[in-house]
Design a protein around this ligand. Structure first.
Ligand code: KG4
Ligand code: ZN
Length: 343
C-alpha cells in the first residue's frame, strides 16, 4: 500500500507544532514556542500558551507545508493531539484541526500526546525502527510517565507517573531557587557540569522499600525540591555564598538516578529489553549518560530520538497518526473533544 502522508498538529503545552510525515519518513517539523513569554513567570501560563497557539498556528502550518514542498492537496490525513495537556491549549489545536479537516474533507485522527512521544522514535532515520514491546520514559515540563508499549496502536499502558511535580518542572523550580534562568533544565545542566554530584545527598522520591510496594513505577519530586530549598536557606542564614554548581550537580544526580533506576526496573519486571526516552528532560546530559550506562549493564537497548523529536512537536503526532491510517483505523468522530486528562 502507498504510504500515507499525514499532517500532525500539537498544541498541548507551549509549543505550536505542525509536522508532516510520509509513513516513517519525516518531511517537515515546524515548531513555534511561546517559552519566552512564560520566562518571567518561571513556568508555563496556560492562558498565555493558548493565546500564543492562536497566533502561531497558521504561520506554523505554512512553514511545515513549505518545508515539505507540499500543499494541503498532497495530505492524506490529519492527526491532532487530543490530550493529555493544558485544556485551553489543546482546544486551539483540536479546533484548528477540525476546521482544516472540514474544509479539505480529510480524515481526522485524535492522538494521545504520550503515544506521540514514543512514535517520534519511528522517524529517526538511518537506523532500524524501534520494535515493540518497549518501555517509554517520558519526561518533560508537563509529564513524567513510564509506559509499557506492547503495540503502539492497540496496547499502550501507563505503568506509573509523577504524583506531584513533573521532572522538568522540578528542574525549572530548582533553577529558580538557585538563581538560574528559565527553562531550568539547560541552565542546571550547564551549572552541574562544574559541580560535585556527591556534595549533597538529596532524596530520591518513592524509592524507599515502603514506597516501592505501592509506587514502584511512580515518581515524586516535591520532596527533592524542598530539600534543595532547605539547603539554599541554610546557606543564606549562614551568610555563605551558595555552592550553585554542587547543588545543581547533586540535584541533577538525584533526578537522573531515580528516573533511570525505575525505567530499568520496568524493563526488567516486564521482560522488555528496550527503552525509549522522550520529552525535554531527555536532553539532560546526566540522564542520558546514566541511562546509557545502566542499559548497557542490564542488556537493554536504549533509544533516544534527536532532541527536536524529543521535545513537543507536530511530527511525532503525525507519526502516531500514520500508524492509525496504516492499521486501517476509522477516523475520530467529528464531535471528538480535547481531553486534558486523556488516559
Ligand atoms: O518536552 P518539552 O519541550 O515540553 C514540555 O514540557 O512538554 O520539555 C520542556 C522541559 C522544561 O521543563 C525544561 O526545563 C526541560 O524540559 N529540559 C531539561 C533540559 N532541557 C530541557 N531538563 C533537564 N535537562 C535539560 N538539559
Ligand atoms: Zn510532551
Amino acid at each position: 500500500a502507498r504510504e500515507a502522508t499525514v499532517l500532525g498538529i500539537e498544541t498541548s503545552c507551549d509549543e505550536t507544532g505542525v509536522g508532516i510525515v510520509r509513513g516513517r519518513t519525516l518531511l517537515a517539523n515546524a515548531v513555534a514556542s511561546s517559552m519566552d513569554e512564560h520566562a518571567i513567570f518561571g513556568g508555563v501560563v496556560p492562558e498565555v500558551a493558548a493565546r500564543a497557539h492562536v497566533d502561531a498556528f497558521v504561520p506554523t502550518l505554512r512553514s511545515a507545508l513549505d518545508e515539505a514542498r507540499l500543499t494541503l492537496d498532497d495530505i492524506d490525513a490529519i492527526a491532532v493531539t487530543a490530550g493529555p495537556g493544558l485544556a485551553g491549549a489543546l482546544m486551539v489545536g483540536v479546533g484548528a484541526a477540525k476546521g482544516l479537516a472540514e474544509a479539505t474533507g480529510l480524515p481526522l485522527y485524535g492522538v494521545n500526546h504520550l503515544v506521540g512521544h514514543i512514535a517520534a522514535e519511528l522517524l529517526t532515520s538511518g537506523r532500524r525502527p524501534l520494535e515493540a514491546p518497549c518501555i517509554g520514559l517520558l519526561v518533560s515540563g508537563g509529564h513524567t510517565s513510564l509506559i509499557l508499549v506492547r503495540d503502539l496502536v492497540d496496547d499502550v499502558s501507563l505503568l506509573g507517573e509523577t504524583i506531584d511535580d513533573a521532572a522538568g518542572e522540578a528542574f525549572d523550580k530548582v533553577a529558580r531557587l538557585l538563581g538560574l534562568g528559565y527553562p531550568g533544565g539547560p541552565a542546571i545542566d550547564a551549572a552541574a557540569a562544574e559541580g560535585d554530584p556527591g556534595a549533597f545527598r538529596f532524596p530520591r522520591g518513592l524509592s524507599l522499600p515502603k514506597d516501592l510496594a505501592k509506587h514502584r513505577y511512580d515518581f515524586s519530586f516535591s520532596g527533592l525540591k524542598t530539600a534543595v530549598a532547605r539547603q539554599v536557606e541554610a546557606f543564606g542564614d549562614a551568610g555563605e555564598a551558595l555552592p550553585v554548581a554542587d547543588l545543581a550537580a547533586s540535584f541533577r544526580e538525584a533526578v537522573a538516578d531515580v528516573l533511570t533506576r525505575k525505567a530499568i526496573a520496568a524493563c526488567v519486571d516486564s521482560d522488555v529489553p528496550r527503552l525509549v526516552l522522550g520529552g525535554g528532560v531527555a536532553a539532560n546530559a546526566r540522564v542520558r549518560e546514566l541511562a546509557e550506562e545502566r542499559c548497557a549493564e542490564a542488556g537493554i537497548e536504549l533509544r533516544v530520538p534527536p532532541l527536536r523529536l524529543c521535545t513537543d512537536n507536530g511530527a511525532m503526532i503525525a507519526a502516531a497518526g500514520a500508524l492509525l491510517v496504516e492499521a486501517g483505523r476509522a477516523p475520530s468522530p467529528r464531535a471528538f473533544g480535547a481531553d486534558s486528562t486523556l488516559p
